[in-house]
Design a protein around this ligand. Structure first.
Ligand code: NAD
Length: 399
């Protein structure tokens, strides 16, 4: 066995259960917290979902304020507005309630509020490789999608509105103090979002496992997540009220989050963020559009690992050779996209000329994020442009 060097960071408390959200007041009390600002999105308010979080807080006699202006793929300007509200009150913690967007917003607010005092007033000041280790106040995360895993990662992803760049911000300041992981909150997630967020989790697990920065603990979590997600993603998509599938997907998303937060993501995520920023494709969906082609490119760098992933997801049999299993991974991912009705970039409404024109900039932004350097096969900028082209052409050929 080779020598192991590993950093492993996770929330201090992970509460995973049906109805976990009902324990929010007890969790705050455990940490001596009592003055939360709840960060969420407008849909959580208008649909009434936010009550799942607010009612137990009110029952415990806590006065609660809400910032609900979060947008999908949160922007620097929204974070600044959130910090302005934060500075107006005497808050001692943030509760991120919702999908990855509200949770990432809460994390970024904590980071910006801490650094602003030292003159770092723009989110781009914190862009990786900067170590965003300081948060002005702790974040408690309650995910309602399964999911980004943001509830247990040391990352937040914020779009710079000046240049449409989705910036990766990394550090202990982004790591929640506690996470309440309650699959019952996901029954209402519509099938399209179930598929997109589920593929996001699957991509986290796969990339954590093949990453050059994988370690024994991230491997164990990634493999378990791939088993859970592979066996349940189609059922959760087809049967939103299926308890076993929703529970497995939620646990899989959290395990995948812990895995990639302590290993890394890789080329798929590096190439996916620019698609989200320039063409406003939901994060999991842009991952799905890329996943088969990028996996085909990457397999030669770590065939045994991709083969094991295929066996765990359920695309290959335990007795399949590595070459057979790795080939089945690619066809399995293509099939999964069809079964989950993943649209092609063109069917999603992206203009071919706009896609082509953005390819060099997207390749440059992908490389600058650092994620491609963790891929088992590290591409050049030209190769990334070629892969963006292949995703467009391949998608067109499959239509
Ligand atoms: P999201 O938070 O943007 O939510 C998508 C939509 O689903 C929204 O309209 C939301 O209102 C709705 N929704 C959420 N929960 C629901 C529920 N229970 N019922 C019905 N509707 C519900 O989407 P997401 O995919 O969860 O998060 C995406 C964001 O997370 C992106 O910005 C992405 O970059 C980021 N992300 C962060 C990390 C990290 O480690 N911090 C990892 C992956 C992705």
């Amino acid at each position: 066995m080779t020598a192991i060097t590993m950093n492993f960071a996770s929330p201090r408390l992970l509460l995973v259960s049906a109805g976990a959200v009902r324990q929010i007041a007890e969790v705050l009390a455990k940490f001596g917290l009592s003055r939360p600002l709840v960060v969420t999105d407008p849909f959580m308010v208008s649909s009434g979902h936010l009550r799942h979080c607010l009612d137990p807080l009110a029952a415990a006699g806590l006065a609660v304020s809400v910032f609900s202006d979060t947008v999908p793929d949160p922007t620097d300007t929204v974070i600044e507005a959130g910090v302005a509200q934060l500075n107006q009150g005497d808050f001692d913690c943030l509760i991120g309630f919702g999908g990855g967007s509200p949770i990432d917003t809460a994390k970024a607010m904590a980071i910006l509020a801490a650094g602003a005092k030292a003159g770092m007033t723009k989110m781009r000041d914190y862009k990786a490789p900067f170590a965003a280790d300081k948060g002005a106040l702790p974040v408690i995360a309650i995910p309602t999608t399964a999911g980004t895993g943001s509830e247990c990662t040391r990352f937040t992803v914020i779009t710079d509105t000046e240049n449409d760049e989705k910036m990766l911000i990394a550090g202990l300041g982004a790591l929640p103090l506690a996470a309440l992981v309650d699959y019952e909150l996901t029954y209402s997630v519509p099938p399209r979002t179930t598929a997109d967020t589920g593929i996001d989790s699957l991509t986290h697990a796969l990339e954590a496992y093949v990453s050059k920065r994988a370690n024994p603990v991230s491997d164990a979590l990634a493999l378990s997540a791939m088993e859970l997600i592979g066996a349940n993603i189609r059922t959760a998509f087809a049967e939103p009220r299926n308890t076993a599938a929703r529970e497995a997907m939620m646990l899989g998303a959290t395990e995948a989050g812990l895995a990639f937060s302590n290993s890394s993501v890789a080329l798929v995520h590096g190439m996916s963020r620019p698609i989200g920023a320039h063409f406003h494709v939901p994060h999991g969906l842009s991952n799905a559009m890329l996943l088969p082609a990028i996996t085909r490119f990457s397999v030669p760098g770590a065939e045994p690992r991709y083969a094991e992933a295929a066996r765990r997801i359920g695309f290959a049999a335990p007795a399949d050779s590595d070459a057979t299993a790795a080939a089945r991974l690619i066809t399995g991912l293509e099939r999964l996209n069809k079964d989950l009705s993943v649209p092609t970039p063109a069917a999603y409404g992206i203009n071919e000329a706009a896609w082509t024109a953005k390819m060099p900039l997207m390749a440059q932004q992908a490389l600058a994020s650092g994620s491609p350097a963790n891929n088992p096969r590290v591409p050049t900028a030209e190769q990334i442009v070629g892969l963006y082209r292949e995703v467009w052409i391949g998608a067109a050929a499959n239509r």
